[in-house]
Design a protein around this ligand. Structure first.
Ligand code: ADP
Length: 332
């Protein structure tokens, strides 16, 4: 059996395009998924194909760096391409694609189920939190001094649990495109300063040196105050969480042309290079995060919020040395 026959048997669609842009080969599955026949397309140049045809759509997309999901003929195809070198030393593009419509539908159903559960968990938790508050305020009677620290712990942990449930709900909102931001003019300086005040306390408890430099000349920015606080609480919270005692964490905000750049840096455990490109994915936790509590949702949610503000978020990190997250927000 020759290589061509073998490729014909695989269950994904495969197209080979030469470096001159000419379609050299397409397997059976590829023909079925894109509703074309070999005879119609072999020897044709990609840029001469009629626009809007599924084949043109799949071949014209740049899927080298990252696989792309494309809606084609009412199905969802996951397309990726790789550069290959043929026997004669000529390079070509190998484009592979598979139908992920059903997979995606099932994933959506799973997400919906988890979101529903998370939503239902909130009701009993809120009732419990109400009683904790009532006990703390001694509305139900005097609370013995020996129980005060227990109450504090119950209070702190119930807020943590609520935060985790909200993250799961937000992850679902993200998936179905429900994250919306309500942008108003906000004094970013004041927003960041209040955020830093709360986090400085947390850093102190964890034995970490925290410093913040918020330059006075940062321009006005339209932000959703509540959401932006979540982003920086999450970034600084992570920095504190992943930095051992005696380490340091800093937040710097400065003007960069027509943008504001906010950098959160730490001297913590860092992120292995192989994990770096995935840390913004939902539920992803780097291998170095084993043993630290978390859901793997904070960065995915933060990225969605920053992008909804037309901003960007980037990470640089070295394992064992520390990490640096930079958020760029456009000024008005
Ligand atoms: P979580 O903190 O709940 O695990 P995040 O989405 O906030 O989830 O972060 C995803 C992963 O990225 C973390 O599990 C960790 O592996 C890595 N990470 C994020 N911030 C840092 C940091 N400052 N230092 C080291 N690793 C980090």
């Amino acid at each position: 059996m020759g290589a061509e026959d073998l490729i014909d048997l695989v269950s994904i669609g495969v197209v080979l395009v030469g470096d001159d842009g000419i379609i050299r080969s397409i397997n059976s599955r590829g023909q079925r998924l894109l509703k074309v026949t070999k005879e119609e397309v072999l020897g044709k140049r990609v840029d001469m194909l009629p626009l809007r045809t599924p084949l043109y759509k799949v071949l014209s997309e740049n899927c080298r760096e990252m696989p792309q999901e494309l809606a084609v003929n009412g199905s969802l195809l996951l397309v990726r391409s790789t550069e290959v070198v043929l026997e004669n030393g000529v390079s070509a593009e190998l484009v592979e694609f598979r139908d992920v419509t059903e997979e995606k539908r099932e994933r959506r159903q799973r997400e919906e189920f988890v979101a529903m559960m998370a939503h239902d968990l909130k009701s009993p938790l809120t009732v419990m939190m109400g009683y904790i508050q009532a006990m703390k305020g001694e509305m139900l009677g005097k609370v013995d001094q020996s129980l005060q620290s227990c109450l504090e712990e119950l209070d702190r942990n119930s807020y943590r649990l609520l935060g985790m449930i909200d993250d799961v709900l937000d992850a679902y909102r993200l998936e179905v495109g429900l994250v919306s931001v309500n942008q108003e003019f906000s004094d970013l300086q004041a927003v960041l300063a209040s955020c830093c005040r709360d986090l400085a306390r947390e850093a102190e408890i964890q034995g970490i040196q925290f410093s913040s430099v918020i330059k006075p000349d940062i321009p006005a920015v339209r932000v959703d105050r509540k959401q932006i606080i979540r982003v920086f609480s999450n970034l600084v919270g992570n920095a504190i969480k992943f930095t051992p005692r005696k380490g340091s964490v800093s937040l710097t905000a400065e003007r960069r042309g027509e943008t504001v750049a906010v950098t959160v840096a730490d001297t913590g455990i860092g992120i292995p290079e192989a994990d770096l490109h995935r840390v913004f994915n939902k539920y992803y936790r780097a291998s170095s995060a084993r043993g630290y509590k978390g859901t793997g949702l904070g960065l995915a949610i933060s990225k969605a919020i920053v992008e909804a503000h037309r901003g960007t978020i980037e990470v640089e990190s070295r394992e064992g040395t520390g990490s640096r997250f930079t958020v760029i927000l456009p000024a008005e």
